[in-house]
Design a protein around this ligand. Structure first.
Ligand code: NAD
Length: 256
């Protein structure tokens, strides 16, 4: 029977790239997203390419939605072998300007969402003979400071910590937990970050993005496929001895 991968926030961007790659690797795919229309469109596109996939509407910040997501995946495909806590949101703000509402919002999705996804996936994986793999969306901003991304960065540092602790706690159940740390990926998230930085710094549209891209040693921006190449490895049996790692895939921006 094919293995099953669940990808939160998989309707577009990095999540879609990962879902497509894992589908081509032979996984059955379950895409979660709040934007169910886009998730359905993505699933239809995958089906045309012979990837077996379903879309499940849900908000990762709600614990019950995450358990419902796992239940729907198991009802449809029989297991959850890989669970990707990919959904995340951005905010561009100087630390002095961060509001309580914004702080709640970003922690709810990026941090609480990762906790709830891990809980739902682990419960199911503990019942499975072969355990499973949980893979979290961290960021280079989860290891290093980036101006105007204070709240976002704090959530990704938290995801980094959660990855390490979950790995230690779940190893005994043959559940591996790792994270991918992308750099500057051309998705709708970066369109919003560019807009926010342009406002703060008085730049022209696209200039903040270009400034970041100019600093990439490999001299090009990143694609969702670049990230998916790493996640494909983390989801595979080749990574069976790896757990607790947060791996940069960023064209050389950060070296640790
Ligand atoms: N784009 C980058 O440069 C970059 C770099 C490092 C890390 N990341 C991380 O990678 C992940 C994906 O980023 P992206 O650039 O593809 O983002 P994106 O905004 O392009 O896509 C995110 C998807 O998640 C969905 N989503 C948002 N909140 C949700 C929620 N509460 N519940 C369910 N779905 C939700 C959105 O509808 C959207 O389809 C995020 O965790 C992000 O922080 C992105």
């Amino acid at each position: 029977m094919s293995k099953v991968a669940v990808i939160t926030g998989g309707a577009q961007g990095i999540g879609k790239g990962i879902a497509e790659r894992l589908g081509n690797d032979g996984f059955n795919i379950v895409i979660n997203d709040m934007n169910i229309d886009l998730a359905q469109e993505t699933v239809e596109e995958f089906k045309k390419n012979n990837i077996d996939a379903i879309a499940v509407e849900g908000n990762v910040a709600k614990q019950e939605d995450q358990f419902d997501l796992v239940k729907k995946a198991v009802d449809k495909f029989g297991s959850v072998d890989v669970f990707i806590n990919n959904a995340g949101i951005d905010q561009v703000e100087a630390v002095e300007d961060i509001t309580p509402d914004n702080l709640d919002k970003i922690f709810n999705v990026n941090v609480y969402g990762t906790v709830y996804g891990t809980q739902a996936a682990a419960k199911q994986m503990k019942e499975q003979e072969n355990g499973g793999k949980i893979i979290n969306a961290c960021s280079i901003a989860g290891k290093t400071a980036f101006e105007l991304l204070g709240a976002y960065s704090a959530t990704k540092f938290a995801v980094h910590g959660l990855t390490q602790v979950s790995a230690k706690e779940l190893a005994q159940f043959n559940i591996k937990v790792n994270a991918y740390c992308p750099g500057i990926v051309g998705t709708s998230m970066w369109d919003r970050i560019d807009k926010g930085m342009v406002e703060y710094k008085g730049l022209k549209e696209g200039e903040a993005w270009q400034e970041q891209v100019n600093g990439i040693p490999l001299e090009r921006s990143q694609t969702p496929e670049d990230v998916a190449n790493l996640v494909s490895y983390l989801a595979s049996s080749d990574a069976d001895y790896m757990t607790g790692q947060a791996i940069n895939i960023d064209g050389g921006i950060e070296v640790h």
